[in-house]
Ligand binder design. Structure first.
Ligand SMILES: Nc1ncnc2c1ncn2[C@@H]1O[C@H](COP(=O)(O)OP(=O)(O)OP(=O)(O)O)[C@@H](O)[C@H]1O
Length: 332
């Protein structure tokens, strides 16, 4: 559905001069600073996938999305979307894809929401019957009717986002690009948007590429995640193996029924924990908390070992915080 091959984008910005007449001198300057925003990215996304595209600030996410959607020309490399080149076949390509930028609305600011849909339907050649049917469906799933006649500028952020996603889907594209669709939303609004995206993907087979800083978006929606760092793909795979790869500790709380005994070598104060595949971080009343590197040891092995310490009542696992995973990429 999307094929990106060695995508590369550099920006040339004039070097800003200091001092008197600086503006004028900058204007006529031939000195440029090069910024390599995306440095040779390749990937394929199949029909029906829901892919998260994440990375630290300034990593090159928006630049990639802009190249995939035909807004920006790659400096080199190629991209096809549904078999089309989004730049050369711009007119045909835009019919296949929908785009939502969380920070910017594509709706007409002073017009009632409904009027924006009328204009978009006209632009994309959506028939009145199709428009009615789709809007009825979106209205039901996203509660659009409560602000149908409200000018876009008066919508709350959550309402605007619901209106924007519906607008992006009005011409029924196969592919949806979302850049930070849940930014600034409250928990309820986020849940609403996520449910809708899930329905689009699961029930209507839409292919979705989602950029977000909200790791819950990724955890709840995406089967695959790509991490970009310094303009390059640092990872492409499942969230689980990403966590495993980075090796942040999984925290496991084991509650014992009745008495238990922590062997000497596993005690918190053990002087040499280096040879052990996990670490006891605290011992509370009837609970032992350990941290394990799951690249080193499987959960079953841990539970088997702890089963020797006493009768296990309950096990609770806390996966590493995803923010931490991303931070560890920014640090690299
Ligand atoms: N039009 C432009 N001119 C010059 N530099 C740019 C331009 N657009 C982006 N950049 C630079 O390219 C790099 C990548 O930017 P991009 O917006 O793609 O990152 P991002 O991963 O989307 O970041 P964020 O999460 O902060 O939105 C940044 O260093 C940015 O300053």
């Amino acid at each position: 559905m999307i094929e990106a091959s060695h995508l590369y984008k550099e920006f040339k910005t004039p070097v800003v001069r200091e001092g008197k007449l600086s503006g004028l001198r900058t204007l006529f300057s031939r000195e440029y600073r090069l910024k390599e925003a995306v440095r040779g990215i390749s990937f394929n996304i199949e029909r029906g996938e829901f892919v998260g595209y994440i990375g630290p600030n300034g990593a090159g996410k928006s630049t990639t999305i802009k190249m995939l959607t035909g807004i920006l020309h790659p400096t080199s490399g190629t991209v096809t979307v549904g078999g089309l080149n989004p730049h050369r076949d711009r007119r045909r390509a835009v019919r296949r894809l929908g785009v939502v930028f969380g920070q910017r609305s594509q709706l007409w600011w002073d017009l009632p929401v409904k009027d924006s849909y009328d204009i978009l339907a006209e632009m994309y050649g959506v028939s009145p019957a199709e428009k009615r049917e789709r809007l009825d469906r979106f209205a039901e799933l996203l509660d659009l009717r409560e602000f149908w006649m409200t000018p876009v500028r008066k919508l709350s952020l959550g309402q605007r986002m619901r209106a924007d996603i519906s607008a992006a889907m009005l011409h029924d594209p196969d592919l949806l690009f979302l850049d930070e669709p849940t930014i600034g939303l409250d928990v309820h609004a986020k849940r609403n948007i996520r449910q809708f995206l899930q329905t689009l993907n699961k029930d209507f087979g839409k292919t979705i590429l989602l950029t977000t800083h909200d790791m819950d978006d990724i955890e709840q929606l995406c089967s695959r995640v790509m991490v970009i760092n310094h303009g390059q793909l640092a990872y492409d795979g499942t969230i689980r193996s990403l966590r495993d790869m980075i090796g942040l500790p999984t925290v496991i709380r084991v509650k014992f029924r009745g008495g238990f005994r922590v062997p000497e070598e596993w005690r918190e104060e053990a002087t040499d924990p280096s040879g052990l595949p996990f670490r006891v971080t605290s011992i509370e009343e009837n609970t032992v908390v350990i941290e394990a590197d799951r690249r080193e040891i499987g959960t079953m092995e841990i539970i088997r070992e702890l089963g020797n310490w006493g009768e296990i009542d309950d096990v609770d696992m806390e996966e590493p915080d995803f923010e931490e995973v991303i931070r560890s990429f920014s640090a690299s």
